[in-house]
Design a protein around this ligand. Structure first.
Ligand SMILES: [Zn+2]
Length: 110
């Protein structure tokens, strides 16, 4: 799917990890700002692993948010060597964004 990130079109590609060597056990997604692509593990192989997370569909959505946030920050002129490259911060936004959106909706401030 194509997603407009601040005027730049990115492709979001959700694919099996076996089809992309950059997807690994410790890397469930990545954003390549040179190719304008966010690639996310579809978790089809993780579903077969008894040690995987219980709700992989929910987790995959979190990874999509994480990678899109990287794209937004890059297209904003923020990337590595700034707070924007901090994985913990990106994850915080990716995890908390649905709750923030819900609170904003409840407060009717969007
Ligand atoms: Zn990241």
């Amino acid at each position: 799917m194509k997603i407009n990130i601040l005027g730049t079109e990115y492709t979001v590609d959700i694919t099996p990890a076996s089809e992309d060597p950059r997807l690994t056990d410790i890397n469930d997604g990545y954003t390549d700002t040179t190719e304008k692509v966010c690639v996310i593990d579809d978790m089809s192989e993780a579903e077969k692993d008894i040690c995987s997370k219980g709700d992989l569909k929910k987790y995959r959505k979190q990874v999509v948010r994480h990678e899109l946030l990287h794209a937004f920050l890059f297209e904003s002129g923020l990337d590595v060597n700034s707070w924007a490259g901090n994985e913990e911060m990106i994850d915080w936004f990716a995890i908390q964004f649905p709750k923030i959106t819900k609170a904003f909706d409840e407060a009717d401030c969007m």
